[in-house]
Design a protein around this ligand. Structure first.
Ligand SMILES: Nc1ncnc2c1ncn2[C@@H]1O[C@H](COP(=O)(O)OP(=O)(O)OP(=O)(O)O)[C@@H](O)[C@H]1O
Length: 301
């Protein structure tokens, strides 16, 4: 069966990912040390509520994110996904509840210290410096590591020069990891949209985050670009052990990529579990709703 999703991209999983077993720590419960590591809660939301005037964007939302997992948050338009991301990043202070990052509680996450807390994010809409080269955009993702003085940076002496060299070296490694070497010297704004999204990923990754927050990383992409991005997300977790929080409208990809999926609807969390559990949850089916129709291959959400 397939369901007409409210405000959603209902395209099926990409052929390349369809039916393929994706190896994930939480799902496979691989070796013992991975299983133990995956049980460590790296980030959590406890009873978070947020409203705008009379509109309840989030209502008593609990969420736990374990180290090394790919954790998706889905929901129809207006369900509260962006509000949740903005609470995690400290853009919004919740009316009630708090965020725990690495065991420390925050009523309002200090947004200017996100990088130091080990969090990097990409944005729903592109937020690159279009007039700078791809390399310089990626280097900018390491700004938080700069320790040299302002004068030192201008004069490019001593520590400042070393820091800049380190940042550029690290940026080149990430560009290579994401197969962007060939466009390193291009102006970011001249790249096709899908590549610009990948540069955003590079800029987030160069900060070497523990937690990577991807806000609709595949929005507006072609099927091929989505498939490439999905592969890079998986490769990132595999190569760097990065914990990934994924907000994404393409349900097929979410179900294939994620270890656990939380579902929001009208600001409330209505389901939380493995893709298999969520897919079979009647509240999810109702929220996405509504009309159940058979499709040719009988595939579900
Ligand atoms: N800055 C704001 N001012 C007023 N209302 C807001 C604001 N941000 C979000 N809302 C409201 O809060 C609710 C949740 O919105 P939010 O953007 O978090 O949903 P979403 O799941 O991210 O939606 P989408 O998938 O369309 O991006 C909606 O009713 C929205 O209109």
């Amino acid at each position: 069966m397939t369901y007409a999703l409210r405000g959603y991209d209902t395209s099926p999983p990409l052929p390349e990912l369809q039916g393929r077993h994706i190896e994930t720590p939480a799902r496979a419960g691989l070796v013992a040390n991975v299983a133990i590591a995956s049980a460590e809660v790296l980030l959590a939301l406890d009873n978070v509520s947020l409203s705008f005037g009379g509109v309840s964007a989030l209502a008593d939302v609990d969420l736990s994110v374990e180290r090394g997992e790919i954790r998706a948050i889905i929901g129809p338009n207006g369900a509260g996904k962006s509000s949740l991301v903005n609470v995690i990043c400290g853009v919004y202070r919740p009316d009630r509840g708090h965020v725990r990052i690495g065991g420390k509680r925050y009523g309002n996450v200090p947004t200017d210290k996100l990088a130091h807390l080990g969090i990097a994010r990409t944005f729903q809409n592109l937020a690159l410096f279009k007039g700078l080269s791809v390399l310089d955009n990626v280097v900018s993702g390491r700004a938080h590591t700069v320790r040299s003085s302002f004068i030192g940076q201008i004069a490019r002496i001593g520590v400042a020069r070393r820091e800049e060299a380190d940042a550029r070296e690290r940026a080149r490694q990430i560009l290579s990891f994401l197969h962007l070497d060939d466009v390193a010297d291009r102006l970011a704004g001249t790249l096709p949209y899908g590549l610009q999204k990948r540069v955003e990923l590079a800029r987030a990754l160069v900060a070497e985050p523990d937690i990577l927050l991807l806000d609709e990383p595949m929005a507006g992409m072609t099927a091929t670009e989505k498939q490439e991005m999905a592969s890079f997300v998986q490769a990132t977790r595999k190569a760097h052990g990065t914990t990934i929080i994924l907000i994404e409208h393409d349900i097929g990809l979410v179900m294939e990529l994620s270890d656990r999926v939380a579902v929001l609807d009208y600001g409330r969390k209505i389901a939380d579990g493995t893709p298999e559990e969520v897919r079979a949850d009647q509240r999810v089916i109702d929220a996405y709703l509504g009309v159940a129709t058979e499709n040719e291959d009988g595939a579900g959400i």
